[in-house]
Design a protein around this ligand. Structure first.
Ligand code: AHM
Ligand code: MG
Length: 370
């Protein structure tokens, strides 16, 4: 099929068909999600013309102020996904507990985990924002999905992606067979293939971090960012700083242009480092996409996709981007090896070892780099 005529729906279907036992369920699920995203995109595009700006006056489970558009996005996705028969349970940034499928609807074999509208502090200023999603196959066998179905490592995802509401609306997704990007063609209301097999450059020239937080960074991160700013044309330095403060937008640029995105913990209280980004619906899906595009993603020096969540809203420190840039950052982390080793062995506050499968467990305040 001519590339310009490839819709996201057809693409997902063709990807699913390469699996012998495919039932079409994943295609249906992702298709429902694109419908929700088109509706959110429409609202975002109306901007100040609609009654979407401002706050609702409430805080969500992770302490952020809920904006009207957050609420609209949450409701839109929930209503698009609750009745299709593809899902057994959902998890959303906007909901403290599991989001159940109503009793009257059939339960399916997948779990949907999502951040309905990430970067919402940017909404009123017309800055790019996004929806992030992660899909797992359920472990339980029937009925409502369980907590165990949701607390899964990123490496177990069957699909992940994001919608970017920017100068155009895009969806970028992977089902483990590469990363593909589609742009919403407003005249026909379809996402058309525009970015076939996205590959992140092995090395970039941008770094992306909230540098206003420097006083709270761990020492390796401080040294690494100083290194990026030194002048050494032979190694492509200095790097340029690019930071939007909207994860999907910062990630999308890093994915396409290469470079490195970092959101380290705040170590202002060294006893209790505070990471910001959420593992299940922000970090894990983006880490999966980054790896599928040939890049790398680390949490405290460990592969991000191997981290076992302990609760729905775990926060983790994250570094992701071009392979060589992430490897360079790792070298700086390596200089503080004793601390990393202690953390890996469960001797540092907040990190314990999952003895069953020898993978690092994090709780919401854990971090390896110090
Ligand atoms: P949100 O889920 O409440 O929108 O918060 C997550 C956002 C990300 O989009 C972005 O990467 C980060 O927070 C920016 O944080 P900061 O303003 O601390 O740099
Ligand atoms: Mg978010």
């Amino acid at each position: 099929m001519e590339r310009s005529m490839m819709t996201v729906q057809r693409h997902i279907l063709e990807q699913e068909r390469t699996y012998p036992q495919a039932s079409g369920d994943l295609t249906g699920l992702l298709w429902d999600l694109t419908i929700a995203a088109k509706r959110i995109s429409h609202q975002v595009n109306r901007g100040g013309l609609g009654d979407i700006f401002g706050e609702t006056g409430e805080e969500n489970v992770t302490g952020d102020l809920v904006r009207r558009l957050d609420r609209i996005a949450q409701d839109t996705i929930y209503r698009a996904m609750d009745h299709g028969g593809h899902l057994c349970v959902m998890v959303s940034e906007e909901s403290p507990d599991l989001v159940r499928i109503p009793a009257k609807y059939p339960k399916g074999k997948y779990v949907l985990i999502y951040d309905p509208l990430d970067g919402s502090s940017n909404i009123d200023a017309n800055v790019s924002i996004g929806t992030v999603f992660s899909v797992h196959r359920r472990i339980s066998t029937a009925g409502d999905g369980t907590m165990e179905d949701c607390l899964r490592r990123g490496s177990e995802q069957v699909a992940a992606g994001y919608f970017l509401y920017g100068s155009s609306t895009m969806v970028v997704y992977t089902t483990g067979q590469g990363v593909f990007g589609f742009t919403l063609e407003p005249s026909v209301g379809e996402f058309m293939l525009t970015h076939e097999r996205i590959v992140t450059p092995p090395k970039g020239k941008y770094y992306s971090i909230n540098e206003g937080n420097v006083s709270g960074w761990d020492e390796p991160t401080k040294r690494y960012v100083e290194y990026l700013k030194e002048k050494d044309p032979a190694t492509g330095r200095p790097y340029s700083l690019r930071y939007i403060g909207s994860l999907v937008a910062d990630f999308h640029r890093t994915l396409l242009y290469g470079g490195i995105f970092l959101y380290p913990s705040d170590h202002s209280n060294p006893q209790k480092p505070k990471p910001k980004l959420r593992l299940l619906y922000e970090v894990a899906p983006l880490a999966y996409i980054m790896e599928q595009a040939g890049g790398a993603a680390l949490i405290g020096g460990e592969r991000a996709l191997d981290i076992q969540p302990t609760s729905l809203h775990d926060r983790v420190p994250i570094v992701m981007g071009s392979k060589q840039d992430v490897a360079q950052y790792e070298k700086f982390l390596g200089e503080s090896k004793p601390v990393r080793a202690a953390a890996r062995d469960g001797k540092t506050d907040g990190a314990t070892k999952d003895s069953k499968n020898a993978s690092t467990r994090f709780n919401s305040t854990s971090i390896l780099e110090t």
